[in-house]
Design a binder for this molecule. Structure first.
Ligand code: SF4
Length: 324
């Protein structure tokens, strides 16, 4: 059976887990193609106007899979951490997507870890029962999947980008680009599906590398550190990804090697407007240059790149002034 996974949204966090799980149960995992103008255009045509850019892109990825797979994996993710929630848009995804015509059957399960992990294992058992009646095989697949996921997170924490970490988890060898010594190091913060999707982010990571700028992201900071830093907020945020971003930002503000901070936000994203605002205030008090870039389907590449280059020039001058 061919199971489709959209290369979008939480793909950047949990793809190793679900790929290994499905493959261990004998399914073939099919990913949607990398994001393109055409995929976004398909998403824009079918999505409701009010949703954010990443959700519109998600529609396009689902449509890209329609003719290629027997089922599409589309969990309803409510919470991925105890006593925290994830953005409500994830909750509504299966209901929004179900309205599309001509879809293959969807694998819809609720994943809600708000109270405890039991719901996760219940969800895994429900999904596994589509493929086998052998509970032991499901448990074994789940165990291997969790191991792969752990390895992926460990590699991200070591400073790898998702594509490099995925290649290692899958046993592929990645072309190691020979980067020159970086003149600056920038913390690039944002939701992973904005930061790592080369189309949405306008390939910002690669462009920065080409300008000899090192890039470090929230996923490079181990979770125990982001949690500890995020707990400095007088009131905890509701959203897991927002907390992770804030914790990483607070951590980077104390690292002498970080010369500036860029926040990538999606237009129409409530959580981003709040987390971006908080990070900006703390960056200003810490005296760290901060740039906020908001992306939507109309954002012009030239405008974003001009602002980024001007920001980097300013960071470079500042660095030179402080070191002289
Ligand atoms: S957190 Fe923001 S960008 Fe992410 S799905 Fe929710 S509204 Fe969209």
């Amino acid at each position: 059976m061919r199971i489709g996974i959209p290369r979008s949204l939480l793909y950047y966090y949990y793809y190793p887990l679900w790929r290994v799980f499905f493959e261990e149960l004998g399914a073939q995992v099919v990913l949607s193609s990398p994001s393109t103008k055409g995929i976004l255009a398909a998403g824009l045509k079918h999505a409701v106007d009010e949703v954010c850019l990443p959700v519109k892109m998600f529609y396009g990825h689902v449509l890209d899979l329609v003719a290629k797979v027997d089922m599409i994996f589309l969990p309803r993710i409510v919470s991925v951490e105890k006593r925290e929630y994830i953005c409500p848009k994830f909750l509504g995804l299966p209901d929004m997507i179900r309205c599309l015509k001509g879809l293959p059957p969807l694998i819809e399960v609720d994943i809600n870890l708000y109270k405890n992990n039991r719901d996760f294992y219940r969800a895994v058992k429900n999904i596994g029962s589509i493929f086998t009646r052998n509970n032991l095989a499901i448990v074994r697949a789940c165990f291997k999947a969790l191991q792969a996921q752990k390895k992926y997170f460990r590699l991200l924490n070591m400073g790898l980008m998702p594509a490099e970490a995925l290649a290692l988890v899958e046993g592929r060898t990645e072309d190691k680009s020979q980067r020159k010594k970086e003149r600056l190091n920038i913390a690039l913060l944002g939701h992973p599906y904005n930061v790592y999707d080369p189309y949405i982010s306008m390939d910002i990571i690669d462009r920065l590398h080409k300008m000899d700028v090192g890039v470090t992201t929230a996923e490079h900071v181990p979770e125990r550190i982001t949690r500890s830093y995020a707990s400095r907020l007088p009131k905890k945020l509701f959203w897991t990804l927002g907390n992770r971003m804030i914790g990483a930002a607070f951590h980077y503000l104390e690292q002498p090697g970080i010369s500036g901070m860029v926040h990538l936000a999606a237009f129409g994203c409530g959580p981003d407007s709040m987390t971006g605002g908080i990070i900006e205030r703390y960056a200003h008090s810490a005296g760290i240059p901060f740039l906020s870039l908001t992306l939507d389907e109309h954002t012009g590449e030239a405008g974003i790149m001009t602002r980024l280059e001007a920001f980097l020039d300013m960071v470079q001058w500042r660095k030179a002034a402080f070191s002289s």
